[in-house]
Ligand binder design. Structure first.
Ligand SMILES: Nc1ncnc2c1ncn2[C@@H]1O[C@H](COP(=O)(O)OP(=O)(O)O)[C@@H](O)[C@H]1O
Ligand SMILES: [Mg+2]
Length: 194
């Protein structure tokens, strides 16, 4: 199956969840995440604003903040095409909608969290496999973002959030694809680190 066919198949699998299943899955993933040893001290965490069929993050983001973690959300970089910036999320955050229809914090230099400061990055995905490979929406945004981490320039823990139905034994990969360190689903915490 081609990457595009796989994307369509798993995109549909993700979309087939009912609202009740979505909310339950989000709560279970949130509990697994908050219980990780890495989250027992306040962390600088990049999350995402979930849209459509993605695992919902609204409650998760609130719970993370409630536990003292600093949350930032991705914004399309204004001039580095294909790259992301991360902006702090707080009660006064003002919102814009980007070209993909995804809400993002209004660009404000003072709110930018440099990627070097991020300790954990929560990553949406369409499918993942037993090696931590990730299939995204096809924009390559997280591959570019995670490239800096992968090249060992700083410590960052990329954690994919997914429904159990998004698992596939083996994903075809491209040279630029960056694997995840962990994936959390309602039923399992996958740890791909040695
Ligand atoms: N580090 C990178 N540098 C330059 N281009 C990249 C990089 N990572 C991904 N891309 C480009 O982004 C596009 C989408 O990447 P892909 O891995 O298919 O999407 P996704 O990871 O969202 O599933 C590809 O055409 C690829 O050339
Ligand atoms: Mg990729």
């Amino acid at each position: 199956m081609s990457q595009q066919q796989l994307r369509q198949q798993y995109f549909n699998a993700r979309a087939s969840q009912t609202n009740a299943q979505r909310q339950l899955a989000a709560q279970q993933v949130s509990e697994h995440l908050l219980a990780l040893p890495e989250l027992q001290v306040p962390r600088t965490i990049a999350s995402y604003y979930s849209v459509k069929a993605e695992l919902p993050t609204a409650v998760l983001n609130e719970q993370l903040q409630h536990h003292g973690h600093q949350i930032s959300l991705p914004v399309l970089h204004p001039f580095r095409r294909g790259h992301l910036l991360f902006l702090k999320l707080h009660s006064q955050t003002r919102w814009n909608t980007n070209q993909f229809g995804i809400p993002e914090p209004q660009l404000n230099v003072q709110e930018v969290v440099p990627i070097q400061q991020l300790e954990i990055i929560l990553v949406p995905l369409v499918a993942f496999d037993a090696q931590g490979n990730r299939l995204g929406m096809g924009g390559g945004y997280y591959d570019r973002t995670l490239q800096h981490w992968y090249q060992g320039r700083h410590q960052l823990l990329p954690i994919g959030l997914a429904y159990d139905q998004q698992f596939i034994d083996h994903l075809p990969t491209q040279p630029w694809d960056i694997p995840l360190a962990m994936v959390i689903t309602p039923s399992k915490v996958w740890d791909f680190r040695q």
